[in-house]
Write a new protein. Structure first.
Length: 277
């Protein structure tokens, strides 16, 4: 996890996103790379035609890029993170440069990162946009770390793996191995009512134990509680500071219409979520 990408956009959670990236980087001596982000043209035009025209003015775009860079570099300097060229040990930072990226551009550029840190999306005007998260999740081929609204004090000491037996979750667990190898406690959590055909939680635990990891298993009934909310309840009860989960193991359309575990976690998670598709 040496290369962390952080899209920088003006929203209410940007400080929490940066602090989450910084705390995560401390465990791996990572390089944190910032990149200026703005909505895709179509998204802006659909939302506000007048704003679309102003943001895609070259002078305005240049100013927004410089503002994003200023926010990013000010945070890093305040937290004592050196620029990449310095010889100091520990995390470092750099700036991607160039023009403002769009969501689709972040999805493409994220393919050379080890992980991309984004904010938990919402529907409010000041919330991080879901389009950014989904572009990285579906286009980058890399995992994302979803920062909660309030930055955590620690990440990855107590890790819950939400195991629903799916291909997406198996892929996510593979991506998360560097994190799992540093964890003090790992719990494989299975919630009935949201399972694909596949190996049990006990089988995953045994596979991880062969890597020298200490792993517990918890199997719970969702009952009348939605599986996503039950997963978050269990994380809180277990004292987890990171949730590892496959994203959209059902289709996005189905989750939009009927709901699903991913939708609930994106709406309500109060701890960082390590996710891949």
């Amino acid at each position: 996890m040496k290369n962390i990408l952080v899209p920088i956009e003006e929203h209410d959670s940007i400080s929490a996103v940066l602090e989450t990236a910084w705390r995560f980087a401390q465990g791996f001596d990572s390089r944190i790379e910032g990149i200026a982000l703005g909505p895709d043209t179509g998204d802006l035009i659909a939302a506000d035609f007048a704003i679309a025209g102003s943001i895609f003015d070259e002078k305005t775009r240049r100013e927004l890029v410089e503002h994003s860079r200023g926010v990013f570099e000010a945070f890093m300097k305040t937290h004592g993170v050196p620029a990449s060229g310095d010889a100091a040990p520990g995390p470092s930072f750099g700036w991607a440069g160039g023009d403002m990226s769009t969501d689709s551009g972040i999805g493409a550029y994220g393919r050379v990162a080890d992980i991309v840190v984004v904010g938990r999306p919402g529907s409010g005007r000041g919330d991080p946009r879901r389009a950014t998260l989904e572009s990285v999740l579906f286009e980058a081929g890399r995992p994302i770390l979803i920062a909660p609204r309030k930055a955590p004090e620690k990440i990855g000491e107590t890790v819950v793996i939400s195991w629903n037996r799916s291909t997406e979750t198996a892929r996510t667990v593979g991506f998360a191995m560097p994190v799992l190898q540093k964890a003090k406690r790992i719990i494989v959590l299975t919630v009935t009512g949201a399972l694909s055909p596949g190996p049990s939680g006990e089988a995953l635990a045994k596979a991880l134990q062969r890597h020298g990891l200490t792993v517990d298993v918890a199997n719970v009934e969702s009952g009348a509680r939605a599986p996503g909310r039950m997963i978050l309840d269990q994380c809180a009860m277990l004292g987890a500071d990171l949730l590892v989960k496959g994203g959209y193991t059902q289709s996005r359309l189905r989750q939009m219409i009927f709901g699903g575990a991913t939708a609930d976690i994106l709406a309500y998670a109060e701890i960082p979520v390590f996710m891949a598709h």
